[in-house]
Design a protein around this ligand. Structure first.
Ligand code: GLA
Length: 396
């Protein structure tokens, strides 16, 4: 009797996997099951826009703006300070924050962020020094984890600079264990840029893991990260997510069409949505892109399956598809080319019955597009997407 339930659920997982996933062989992946990151983490991080220019003032103003702009209520909950907040260690080895930039210390900042209804995150590095030369966590794992927990940290991003000779799984495991030992629920963001095949080991250690080099605020960089990350589709799911890096939406290097594509594709591949723009001064257009709840719902869908590139009949015109809990598919019709083009999807390419009828809804236009049999095609702007849900209609 005892074996039956797990066996049945294992069989169900396998059947579901074969029905849903593109890969023929589905490995059993053991992701963290601590209640954190059941859907991809969402938040905001200083790095993409501000680099080392971090301060208490920036964090407070950003916390205010996240609350006021609707970003927090749309789901962007973790406010994360990236590199450069730390300067040294004291005589007892405790990490010391830059007192010029954080005159009241990090706990005061965390308290402010929490008071705004947000969660608070911080950055460190597994090696001797961070990528910007600040003290790393090597040989201070337990001490730093305790310090962070005492400050009220809810999320730690751990980088991989100056880590020569270290074993990545062992090092990240050590820090994971130190975080768990604090008793405080803390999301661990593994950031070793895919350099040690994290898709093979990170799922049991962190809640998200970078799969690529740093994103740049340019269309080709965004697509490069998307493509490189998406090949590891099968390991992602509730508790652990592939991370093609943070969002560049609103930073000025892409058009709004390109930013809509960026967010749509991150949602299709169930990527963490960590905004990286100046939310204090963002335009209404940027805010509307980042807070589109229909798009965010695709990313946050509780089925927790990472979508994939389902079809490309003409180079550069692609169909990306993600199965949703409801039985519908979210589909991004992506035009990577420099000219407007018609992009179509056929139901059989996204695992729906060939001749069936399905309701189509456009998630950027917020508009129903009618019921279609077997396929749907639409004109897509250059460097753009049309993002739809395709929901099978029962009966004829
Ligand atoms: C690395 C990471 C980035 C950022 C910087 C900070 O490049 O990949 O995301 O954290 O370090 O120095």
């Amino acid at each position: 009797m005892r074996l039956r339930a797990p066996l049945a659920s294992f069989a169900a997982t396998l059947v579901l996997s074969f029905l849903l996933l593109p890969s023929a062989v589905v490995a059993q992946v053991h992701r963290l099951d601590d209640g954190l990151a059941r859907t991809p983490p969402m938040g905001w991080n200083t790095w993409n826009k501000f680099g080392c220019d971090v301060s208490e003032k920036l964090i407070q103003e950003t916390a205010d703006a996240l609350a006021l702009s609707g970003m927090r209520d749309a789901g962007y909950r973790y406010l994360v300070i990236d590199d450069c907040w730390q300067v040294s260690r004291d005589s007892a080895g405790a990490i010391v924050a830059d007192s010029q930039r954080f005159p009241n210390g990090i706990k005061a900042v965390a308290d402010y962020v929490h008071a705004k209804g947000l969660l608070f995150g911080i950055y460190t590095d597994a090696g001797t020094k961070t990528c910007q030369g600040r003290p790393g966590t090597l040989d201070h794992e337990v001490q730093d984890a305790r310090t962070y927990a005492a400050w009220g940290v809810d999320y730690v991003k751990e980088d991989w600079c100056n880590a020569r000779g270290l074993n990545a799984p062992a090092q990240y495991r050590k820090f994971h264990d130190a975080l768990v030992a604090t008793g405080r629920p803390i999301v661990l963001s593994i950031c070793e840029w895919g350099s040690n095949r994290p898709w093979d080991w990170a799922a049991g250690i962190g809640h998200l893991w970078r799969t690529t080099e740093d994103i740049e605020d340019r269309w080709p960089s965004m697509l490069t990260n998307l493509d490189a990350s998406a090949v590891h589709q099968a390991v992602a799911g509730p508790g652990g997510w592939n991370d093609p890096d943070m969002l560049e939406v609103g930073n000025g290097g892409m058009t709004d069409d390109e930013y809509r594509a960026h967010l749509s594709l991150w949602a299709i591949v169930a990527a963490p949505l960590i905004a990286g723009n100046d939310v204090r001064t963002m335009s209404a257009a940027t805010r509307d892109i980042l807070t589109n709840r229909e798009v965010i719902a695709v990313d946050q869908d509780s089925l927790g399956v990472e979508g994939w590139m389902a079809e490309q009949s003409i180079p550069g015109l692609q169909v990306w598809s993600k199965p949703l809990r409801s039985g519908a598919r979210a589909v991004a019709l992506l035009n990577r080319t420099d000219a407007s083009a018609k992009v179509g999807v056929e139901w059989q390419d996204i695992g729906l019955p060939r001749g069936g009828r399905a309701r189509v809804r456009d998630l950027w236009a917020h508009a129903e597009r009618g019921t279609h049999a077997g396929s749907y095609a639409v004109q897509v702007p250059p460097h753009g997407v049309v993002l739809v849900t395709i929901a099978p209609v029962r009966g004829r």
